[in-house]
Design a protein around this ligand. Sequence first.
Ligand code: MF3
Ligand code: CO
Ligand code: CO
Length: 247
Amino acid sequence: MIVIKSAAEIERMRTSGHLAAVVRDDVAAKVSPGITTMELSEYAGELMKKLGAESAFKGYRGYPGNICISVNDAVVHGIPDQRHIQLGDIVSIDVGVKYEGFIGDTALTVMVGVTDPEVLRLVKTTEKSLEAGIAAALSGKRVSDISNAVEKTVTGAGFSVVRDFVGHGVGRQMHEDPQIPNFGPPGRGAVLKPGMTFAIEPMVNQGGAEVEVQADGWTVLTRDRKLSAHFEHTVAITEGLAQILTI
Ligand code: MF3
Ligand code: CO
Ligand code: CO
């Protein structure tokens, strides 16, 4: 069942989304050679506390971190640890905050002194595919119109879309209906209506689409150990263009 949010609830989602975006961007600005992913996660935790918000991830199905940090061949759900960021890394920062009962979920991929144009193209294509997905999230269209717009952008650039993890509805719960795959034919799934709130989140691989979960039970790696990028926004469906809440 897809939960429709009232106008007042959307305003509360906008606040949660904004706080998630503040944490995302502040952590992203701290990503530099030498810092550990644990230090970034601790910084995120302190910032959430200052903002009066809490991590939507910590404790979720036993997840131990305040945020997810996925470096290079890690696709999503990387657990913060003593790993040091290095020059040339690409680092996905995924932030979920809960504020007064509502969740904002957002991610970006930071390039740390990347000089390889193919890596730049991977990250930019992933960001563009999210924009294409959001542009397709129009009242009256269907869920898979979002999926198809993302996929076309990615495959058109010669990269592959991860199929084992998908976007999702978001609100009082982090993962609500519907699932929003980043692939598939258009015109399928639920009809989009004003008041629906979605986390759209393409995960894009430089090589093959296949992924595997590491022994830690969380970190998702590309099977071929090539790079992967990830961007995510929480958006609200309106009568017009979808509104990005995580800005
Ligand atoms: N933020 C992830 C998503 O975009 C979910 C993370 S679950 C966690 O759906 F437990 F790993 F935090
Ligand atoms: Co997320
Ligand atoms: Co999400």
